[in-house]
Design a protein around this ligand. Structure first.
Ligand SMILES: [Zn+2]
Length: 465
């Protein structure tokens, strides 16, 4: 058996790991690399480690673009096998891949305008909406805990990862000649005691562990502070008639914020004010959440059995229509607008920011991580002047930063998770999906609780077992 690390190796995007057993080749995830433009362009298009037509199956951990986002390219370049995923991941992949394809088409359109002016050959988009739709034909939905035999030598089982709807950890059981091996792949590890989703499930003891390490040296804020902070911001908005703008990822974060707001208003902790979810993708994603109660925790299921909607309340409006989105601009506060994208790199949130960022009574709530050089990061850092649609705006709005809204386990949560594993059994513990300096810190922490044989593979590194 051989493992080759194809992506998310010493970095956080492009999750993809190749497992070769006898003559079968399996990819764990096939995500999009999202880094510097030129590098991303090459890495997502060129297959130097394997050829797409050699791959027999993909086992998907979850539907985030950095895990699923390059499957349309794989299919376009000759892959003709199954993409196994949970049912919810397949449904989310449909809307996320379509959205990603639109972004690809849009991006290349502007680049090509310039190239054509310069007399250069236009680029093809990485993939089109059509390619994305074709790739969905390959998806095969499976339930959690349903051991699935790929062939006589390979079986796998999904465990709940508690990260986003449908997210899974994978247990692979392999037999090669007389040898039996188990591999655990965490995908992205979620967090215990979070709303909506179940807590991450414990994988059984394994011979080889492949784990994410995104927050391997960071700790999130405590949960209780969030509700209190939220309430005081809403109270301030009521007094000042403020618009609270929350840039949020459409899948996961938006539903979580809505869930919290519903709870706060339901328990009458603060007066109810109008809330708008203004993002077509977020509206579609919320519909998919509602179709998969099998992924919910007990609390959320009991809300449903009381015939209530965990993602709805009286003053909440979901907006798809552009005119309705524009009309928000003429309405006065207090109100809350939840809109994508989370890092403020595109989407309708840009219009709301452009219209309100110079007003001192606007409150911008940052509830997620923003990468360097994005508008989201500049707002998080409270820069005095920011650019939106090429124009300069003074950042007069109040900025409130939350650190606890993460879908990833932090260092201590991950250490708590791994602490239950039998150290003796693990032959190799691979750390993937993290920045290298963070991974080095996390490796030390793991060694501190008795783990050995920890490896931080580079892209292209192979290991035989
Ligand atoms: Zn993820």
């Amino acid at each position: 058996m051989k493992i080759t690390f194809v992506g998310a190796a010493r970095t956080v995007t492009g999750s993809s790991h190749l497992i070769e057993i006898n003559n079968t080749k399996i990819l764990l995830d096939h995500g999009m690399y999202q880094g510097k433009r030129k590098e991303a362009f090459e890495l997502n298009r060129q297959y130097s480690i394997f050829h797409p037509e050699e791959i027999d199956h993909v086992i998907l951990s979850h539907a985030h673009i950095d895990h699923v986002g390059n499957i349309p390219t794989l299919v376009k370049k000759g892959f003709n096998g199954n993409v196994f995923s949970t049912f919810a991941s397949r449904d989310l992949a449909r809307i996320l891949l379509e959205d990603s394809a639109r972004i690809q088409e849009h991006d290349v359109y502007f680049v090509n305008k310039r190239r054509i002016e310069q007399g250069k050959k236009p680029f093809e988009p990485l993939y089109t909406v059509d390619d994305a739709m074709k790739s969905l034909d390959h998806f095969v939905g499976l339930g959690y805990h349903n051991r699935f035999k790929i062939n006589k030598d390979i079986a796998f089982t999904y465990y709940d990862a508690g990260h986003i709807l449908g997210s899974a950890m994978t247990l692979l059981e392999i037999s090669e000649r007389d040898k039996k091996l188990t591999i655990g792949f965490t995908g992205d590890i979620g967090r215990a005691r979070r709303p909506i989703l179940r807590d991450p499930e414990q994988l059984p003891d394994v011979d080889i562990l492949i784990s994410e390490s995104t927050y391997g040296n960071r700790l999130h804020d405590k949960d209780e502070d969030v509700i209190q902070k939220f309430i005081s911001i809403i109270n301030r908005a009521i007094v000042k008639k403020s618009k609270i703008i929350i840039p949020a990822f459409s899948v996961g974060r938006t539903q979580e914020i809505v869930y919290y707001l519903r709870k706060i208003f339901d328990e009458k902790l603060v007066a109810e004010i109008p809330v708008y979810v203004d993002s077509p993708l977020a509206v579609n994603a919320t519909d998919i959440y509602k179709q998969h109660p099998e992924c919910f925790d007990k609390e959320t299921r009991s809300i449903i059995s009381d015939r209530e909607d965990p993602f709805g309340f009286d003053k909440l409006t979901y907006i798809r229509d552009v005119q309705a989105s524009k009309a928000l601009n003429k309405q006065s506060g207090p109100m809350i607008i939840i809109s994508a994208s989370g890092m403020c790199e595109g989407g309708r949130v840009l219009h709301h920011l452009a219209n309100n960022i110079e007003k001192p009574n606007t409150i911008i709530m940052i509830v997620g991580y923003s990468a360097e050089y994005t508008l989201g990061r500049r707002i998080t850092d409270k820069e005095k002047v920011v650019r939106i649609f090429g124009d300069e705006y003074k950042l007069n709005a109040q900025v409130e930063v939350f650190h606890s809204f993460s879908a990833h386990a932090d260092r201590d949560e991950m250490l708590g998770y791994f602490d239950k594993f039998n150290r003796e059994k693990i032959k190799k513990f691979f750390l993937v999906h993290g920045d290298y300096d963070v991974q080095l810190d996390f490796k030390k922490s793991l060694e501190g609780i008795g783990f050995n044989n920890i490896e931080i593979p580079k892209r292209g590194h192979s290991f035989n077992f």
